[in-house]
Design a protein around this ligand. Structure first.
Ligand SMILES: Cc1ncc(COP(=O)(O)O)c(C=O)c1O
Length: 419
């Protein structure tokens, strides 16, 4: 009860601060918005042709009778080739891929999954969807899982740890894998925001027991909606494949005829990807490495121009990042002043996730699922609250020209001098 009041105070305080500070500081200044999207800002004739060819083929269904592989299957092969092996499963969204991955890994009701306190809501939603319980871990100055905080969270029900590669920066996977190995836990990489990013030279998503990508409009590879799961474990893949297709209705069984499967059937969902999404994704994957190299270069230029008076978020493996510009300020107030200064220079800086951890969400806090209360109020992560409260992000976009990036660099440097 007492901790519940604490959280209520936290949120009431948060909202009050929002009204008196954010409105004044942020919306007092008009900003020229630019295209902040990644893959979607590069959509062109090749994507249009790919989409047209699917329409001409007359079906968008991945399991339609056809000669040779469909586009979804080709996309899965492409993802496997980029990862250097394993099995891929294309899905209807990144969230669907997360749910399939948890099912594949055998995470179920009553079990616990360690999730970083700073992440997108989908991570918690996926855990709740399989009946499991999220346990929130601190992030460090990389805004990804703090490996040092993990041991204390392990209990008899802990089954997996979800490492989220936030904003095109890979989490520091080596110590996380070491931790998981020590406790017999599975590692699920959420690379929704980091498709194409590498960690120590290997594609993120392909390093843990399973990994997922998102292809929604904001992401590096954009197909409107879409996602994928990647795993080296054929058992994880088989379970996920069945689950994503009504328990294997088309992928494993056709009607009632059992074609091939070593496991007993179980019920599932429809999380299948369309041929249209896959065709567009394959074109977008061709653009991916060049786009990330440009964004990485742009981020380096902006950071270098800003000088030494700014604390950028730590990037565990700078070689593989995909272009991130997140500064860490000592307080929420300092962060708001920085946002205001950026906006005064025409740059749409924002507080990362509104300056709040994922458990600031009312449903997460209450553990309220569609079927009732699934967990009691989670323990808070004070360091993560402080870090995310002071985290200010400057968006980059894949269609920014070199002149745009130079102007951005000058604006950021000027804003940092101002606040
Ligand atoms: C960290 C993270 N995980 C999962 C997802 C879910 O992806 P989707 O929107 O494709 O369901 C997102 C989407 O923004 C995300 O940012």
């Amino acid at each position: 009860m007492e901790s519940s009041n604490n959280l209520f105070t936290f949120h009431r305080g948060h909202i009050l601060q929002f009204v008196v500070s954010d409105l004044y500081h942020i919306w007092a200044v008009a900003v020229r918005e630019y295209d902040q999207r990644r893959g979607a800002s590069l959509w062109g004739e090749a994507e249009i042709a790919a989409a047209g060819s699917v329409l001409r083929a007359g079906t968008m269904f991945r399991y339609a009778d056809r000669e040779g592989p469909g586009r979804v299957q080709e996309l899965e092969r492409l993802i496997v080739a980029r990862a250097g092996g394993g099995h891929a499963l294309a899905t209807s969204s990144g969230t669907a891929a997360l749910v399939c991955a948890l099912v594949g890994l055998g995470v179920g009701p009553g079990q616990e999954v360690i999730v970083p306190a700073v992440t997108f809501l989908a991570c918690v939603n996926a855990v709740a969807a399989v009946g499991a319980v999220p346990v929130f871990a601190e992030v460090d100055d990389s805004l990804t899982l703090d490996p040092a905080s993990l041991d204390a969270l392990v209990g008899p029900r802990t089954r997996a740890v979800m490492a989220v590669h936030l904003g095109n920066v890979a989490a520091d996977l080596d110590p996380i894998l070491e931790f998981a190995g020590r406790h017999g836990l599975r590692v699920l990489e959420d690379a929704a925001q980091a498709v194409g990013v590498t960690y120590r030279g290997v594609a993120v998503g392909a390093i843990g027991d399973a990994g997922i990508y998102s292809f929604n409009d904001e992401k590096n590879v954009a197909t409107g909606e879409g996602g994928a799961l990647l795993t080296a474990d054929p058992g994880v893949h088989a379970r996920a494949l069945a689950y994503h297709d009504q328990g294997g209705q088309f992928s494993i069984f056709k009607g009632n005829v059992r074609e091939h499967d070593a496991t007993e059937p179980f019920l599932g969902q429809n999380f299948r990807m369309t041929e249209m999404a896959a065709a567009i994704a394959m074109v977008q994957f061709e653009r991916l490495d060049a786009m990330l190299a440009r964004l990485r270069g742009a981020a380096r230029l902006v950071r270098a121009s800003a000088g030494s008076g700014v604390q950028w978020r730590r990037i565990p493996d700078p070689e593989g990042e995909g272009g991130d510009l997140t500064m860490l300020l000592p307080s929420r107030r300092a962060a708001l002043l920085r946002v205001r200064a950026l906006r005064a220079h025409g740059i749409p800086g924002t507080l990362v996730y509104g300056g709040a951890p994922v458990y600031a969400n009312a449903a997460v806090r209450a553990g309220r699922t569609a079927w009732g209360m699934a967990w009691s109020e989670p323990a808070r992560c004070p360091r993560s609250e402080r870090l995310v409260g002071g985290a200010v992000s400057v968006p980059l976009g894949a269609s920014l020209s070199e002149d745009d990036v130079e102007a951005l660099a000058r604006g950021v440097a000027d804003a940092i001098r101002d606040a």
